[in-house]
Design a protein around this ligand. Structure first.
Ligand code: FAD
Ligand code: NAP
Length: 556
């Protein structure tokens, strides 16, 4: 039956200034900020509530790797002071509680239409308007459109032979059900050992009767610093929030250098001397090993020379493999867990709790897909080149079509009917990860070419939404019709994004990360986020806004 494509005009739509797609933290803050700027905003969200990443990724063990007091909004002093984080690094449920609190506190939900997926985003050239069509057959229009669709919001479910034949329950970490999943007494198989896999695997092992881990690429994971929030630490942070926020804005990765030294007096020496800045190449093998024994596996990340010097990096990788050898009882399993062929720093750093210990359990089996490739999924399990493994539940921890996935899936069409998919055929081309030439008044939050996933995302989101809000308000105040980047600005910026990534571990030989699109078959291999650091990036954005947007074309 043909869909009813009525143009849905609510009372406020004639005066609608901005349509926003997505109600994760980016879409949520956009509502608040745009209202402050007197812009009329409407948000469309596929999920049934706010929170984005933390709404969808409810798998056991899901947790943030940025300290809670920093992975939080800085726009409201009162919110900063009132909210209490129970742990130093928050679990998914606490971040979702925070999202709920923010939505209530700032009355955000009245501007959001939930349970609605945007299926196309089309520029109406004659009217200088954007039209959004939804899976419910509705359309909405506004002069500006903001894609707050997330960098990691399209789960990747690889096409594996026989996948449809499996008769047990199938789950994806990125689409975990709201209802509790009872795995007790069940045999569970899991594919994937990235950040999500590493977090969920120890939890699954505790619940399941037996867990089989199908691993294609082993991981350089280090223990997460997981602990309850101490009142004195929380207070010291809260007393210093202005300084912390400033420090975030001036830090490469959007995380402050603040250390609560007053309230951690007994640990003071540890805080002040964490072995940071040591060069692995200048140390003897004994000194290196002692560093790990004394300060833990995580101290391997603090060697300052491993991120730019391939030789130093390989010494660290070998040290890491040595440590695995000493931690895992079965030498064959230990060998299987050792990353080779790429170095620490190529991928997003993974943090874990009890990951390696899990493989010493009798009820956990590691299947190394490098030596026994997956042949097919069957009705009852997975057949590799050497064995058939049976289980009742199959879990995909296979990641996301990152950074460009949600934007391309939204079927965006700009001027002259050009689709974003065509424009990005050879990789994303955008200016500052904020706008694309040929797509006037369309904005992306934390888009490709911005620091985004290399940064504390809440800091990146606030900076982007502020910039976009100010830009739209600028147009409105001057009665200007459209803004879009000049083609030469995009090309210059993308060249710069590639140049700064060149020679880093992110693009080193053998590195295949989702930053490069390497996890999705056929995706162009381009390093997508901006590695030049948040302060440098922010200065460029501020330069544009303070000089009347010289890198952009503005039409009256
Ligand atoms: P999202 O939270 O992804 O929200 C986007 C929203 O857009 C979603 O709700 C989605 O349903 C909606 N949407 C997308 N397409 C459409 C459409 N066509 N129609 C309607 N709605 C649509 N970042 C950190 O800085 N630190 C961390 O420790 C960290 N941990 C993470 C852990 C996991 C498991 C994952 C997946 C990501 C993590 N991230 C982390 C990154 C995280 O995505 C960001 O921190 C942040 O939550 C992104 O917010 P967002 O609003 O930009 O996007
Ligand atoms: P990911 O890092 O892309 O890992 C996906 C895993 O699935 C990899 O081990 C991958 O193996 C495997 N895989 C994919 N396709 C496969 C196939 N066809 N056959 C076998 N194995 C396959 O995804 P993720 O773990 O969901 O993490 C994505 C990002 O989300 C992280 O990098 C991080 O930014 C964020 N995240 C953060 C946290 C946190 O700690 N805060 C937690 C979860 C997620 P290959 O490596 O061989 O491709």
């Amino acid at each position: 039956m043909a869909k009813d494509t009525r143009h849905t005009r609510d009372a406020a739509e004639d005066t609608l200034d901005v349509l926003v797609v997505g109600a994760g933290f980016a879409g949520m803050y956009a509502i608040h900020r745009f209202r402050e700027l007197d812009l009329n905003v409407k948000v469309i969200e596929a999920g049934s509530d706010v929170g984005g990443t933390w709404y969808w990724n409810r798998y056991p063990g899901a947790r943030c790797d940025v300290p809670s007091l920093e992975y939080s909004f800085g726009f409201s002093k009162e919110l900063e002071q009132d909210w209490h984080w129970p742990e130093v690094f928050s679990a998914q449920k606490d971040i979702l509680r925070y999202a709920d609190h923010v939505a209530e506190r700032f009355d955000l939900r009245r501007s959001i239409q939930f349970n609605t997926r945007v299926t196309s985003v089309e520029y109406l050239e004659e009217d200088n308007r954007w039209r959004i069509t939804t899976d419910k057959g509705e359309t909405f229009e506004a002069p500006c459109c903001v894609m707050a669709t997330g960098c990691l919001s399209v789960p990747n479910k690889p096409e594996l032979p026989g996948a449809e034949d499996f008769t047990g329950q199938t789950l994806h970490t990125g689409l975990w059900p709201k209802e509790p999943v009872d795995l007790s007494g069940k045999r569970v198989g899991i594919i994937g050992t990235g950040s999500s896999g590493v977090q969920v695997i120890p939890e699954l092992a505790r619940q399941a009767q037996h867990l089989t881990v199908f691993q294609r690429t082993p991981v350089y994971t280090v223990p997460a610093n997981r602990k309850p929030m101490r009142g004195a630490v929380e207070q010291e942070f809260k007393d210093n929030y202005p300084q912390i926020r400033e420090s975030q804005w001036n830090n490469q990765g959007g995380v402050s250098n603040f250390r609560p030294v007053k309230s951690v007096a007994p640990d003071r020496a540890r805080y002040l001397n964490r072995g940071e800045g040591l060069k692995i190449k200048s140390m003897t093998p004994d000194e290196r090993r002692r560093q790990l024994d004394d300060r833990g596996l995580e101290s391997i990340l603090s060697f300052s020379d491993i991120y730019a010097d391939l030789e130093a990096n390989e010494i660290a990788n070998e040290l890491f493999r040595d440590k695995i050898r000493s931690m895992i009882n079965d030498p064959e399993v230990a060998e299987g867990l050792m990353p080779r062929g790429f170095g620490i720093g190529c991928k997003r750093q993974v943090l874990d709790r009890d990951y390696f210990d899990t493989f010493n359990r009798d009820d956990v089996t590691l299947v190394d897909l490098r030596s026994s490739p997956l042949e097919t999924i069957t009705e009852t399990g997975i057949r590799t080149s050497t064995e058939h493994h049976e289980f009742d539940v199959l879990i995909y921890a296979t990641g996301f079509d990152a950074m460009t996935g949600a934007l391309l899936k939204a079927n965006i069409t700009g001027r002259n009917g050009q689709s974003l998919r065509d424009k990005w055929e050879h990789g994303p081309v955008a200016y500052l990860g904020l706008q694309m030439h040929g797509f006037p008044n369309l904005f992306t939050v934390t888009g490709p070419g911005s620091p985004s996933v290399l940064c504390n995302m809440l800091v990146a989101i606030e900076q982007h939404v502020n910039w976009i809000g100010d830009c739209i308000a600028y147009l409105k105040a001057r009665n200007l019709a459209t803004i879009e980047p000049r083609p030469e600005s995009e090309l210059e910026w993308i060249g710069h994004v590639n140049d700064v990534a060149e020679g880093t571990m992110f693009t080193s030989p053998g590195c295949n990360s989702w930053y490069l699109g390497a996890n999705i078959p056929g995706k162009p291999r381009i390093f997508m986020p901006y590695v030049g650091g948040f302060p440098r990036y922010r200065e460029r954005c501020e330069f544009e806004a303070s000089r009347d947007y010289p890198g952009f074309q503005i039409n009256a």
